[in-house]
Ligand binder design. Structure first.
Ligand code: COS
Length: 382
């Protein structure tokens, strides 16, 4: 996309956020659902196609461009981003990165247009941070596999037309090597969904269990058509996803700072606006520093990713920093609002709950630390 077209697209998203999404936030929280009308508008704007290469009908944005657009979008409640997030990110990227040409031709145009929604099924009841211990079994049966198991906390499972699903195809190989990634249409017989989870926050973004009971899928649906590579595919998808999550965090940083500054400049105590008190100023300044360091790190990691550099360590550092930074910013926002910050109508308490998930999904802060340290040790030994 040339700079002018990109700039126009970005301002269109900004207008959509200000005029359509922010005014709808309360209703979405109340109903615990994003209205279909908004999903359709996102589809018409081309938001589902951000990351799909142009040759498959998408906008072919670079990671840096995607991050800038997602930052813009997540000035509104992060649940709007969740509608498109799995399709342009973790649900589709396994196919983009490792899929065969036939798999790309079949699925990517549908993702790009928003005609098909994708979800990512890695986590299981007993396999969260230790993803390589997953137990969902895919047993070879002629030209097919029969899959049985349960996937947990699957975002957009209720909307999904297709799952990117990791299952163990070699029962004797423990750990990462025995796992394959499948493209699994959601209407395949044997798939049922659990009840929507009741969550701390992010109301409007639905997660459920995906239960698989002897689900038959063609062997040709293994991503890349090579069994045993699914864990690595998932890890590559998550590296990229961690940059995306940092952009989500940054959008929320922007919004929380905007709101806190406006409130501090308007709210009066002790005969003066609270923005004039140095202890409040310290909180505002700390928020800004957290935002700027996140912004700088995001731009640098996304640029390296776009240049094709190996940035797994950097993706983890970025995701860790961004998610912790927005957590601190949300905490300070509640503090600046004071009693009002604890009350639902002022919204910051909602964002405080919403951003808590960012430190957990797509790899907890603790997992990011272990990835960083492991890589440091590996690099030192090289
Ligand atoms: N890109 C490519 N390959 C990768 C990779 C990456 N980012 N990370 C690991 N791999 C490869 C390794 O090179 C290794 O391959 P070899 O056996 O050929 O050497 C294989 O994958 C296994 O890696 P590793 O030994 O590091 O796996 P572990 O089980 O020790 O740990 C962690 C993997 C903890 C990093 C992984 O399980 C993880 O990211 N957990 C968090 C999962 C998560 O984010 N869940 C969120 C839910 S999805 S929203």
């Amino acid at each position: 996309m040339d700079a002018e077209t990109f700039g126009l697209f970005r301002s269109t998203i900004r207008r959509f956020v200000d005029e359509r999404l922010i005014p709808a936030e309360d209703a979405v929280e109340e109903a615990d659902a994003v209205p279909d009308a908004i999903v359709n508008e996102m589809r018409e704007m081309g938001l589902f196609g951000i990351s799909v290469p142009e040759e498959y009908g998408g906008l072919g944005c670079t990671m840096s461009e995607e991050a800038a657009l997602i930052r813009e979008l997540t000035r509104a409640s992060v649940v709007f981003r969740s509608v498109i997030g799995t399709t342009l990110g973790i649900g589709s990227q396994g196919i983009v990165i490792d899929g065969t040409e036939a798999q790309k031709r079949e699925w990517l145009p549908k993702f790009a247009s928003g005609a098909a929604i994708a979800s990512f099924c890695l986590t299981e009841p007993e396999a969260g941070s230790d993803a390589a211990s997953l137990r969902t079994a895919a047993v070879r049966d002629g030209d097919t596999y029969r899959i049985t198991g349960t996937k947990r906390f699957i975002t957009n499972a209720t909307r999904a037309n297709v799952f990117t699903l990791m299952a163990r195809t070699e029962p004797d190989v423990k750990g990462a090597g025995g796992i394959s990634a499948f493209i699994l249409p959601a209407d395949t017989p044997g798939i049922t969904l659990g009840k929507p989870d009741k969550k701390m926050g992010q109301k409007g973004s639905v997660t459920t269990d995906v239960i698989l009971d002897d689900v038959v899928v063609p062997a040709a649906n293994i991503i890349g058509d090579v069994p045993g590579r699914g864990f690595k595919t998932a890890m590559k998808v998550l590296d990229r996803g961690r940059i995306h999550i940092a952009a989500v965090a940054l959008g929320m940083c922007d919004r929380l700072i905007e709101m806190s500054l406006a409130y501090a400049m308007e709210r009066k105590q002790f005969g003066d606006r609270i923005a004039n008190f140095q202890l409040v100023q310290a909180m505002l300044a700390d928020m800004k520093v957290d935002m700027l360091t996140t912004e700088a790190l995001l731009q640098s990691v996304a640029a390296k990713f776009d240049a094709g550099e190996a940035v797994s360590l950097e993706c983890s550092a970025l995701k860790l920093h961004a998610s912790e930074a927005v957590g601190r910013i949300a905490d300070r926002a509640v503090q600046i609002y004071g009693g009002a910050g604890y009350m639902a109508e002022y919204k910051v308490e909602r964002f405080y709950r919403d951003v808590r998930l960012l430190r957990i999904y797509e790899g907890t802060t603790q997992i990011q630390l272990t990835i960083i340290a492991k890589q440091m040790i590996r690099q030192a030994g090289a």
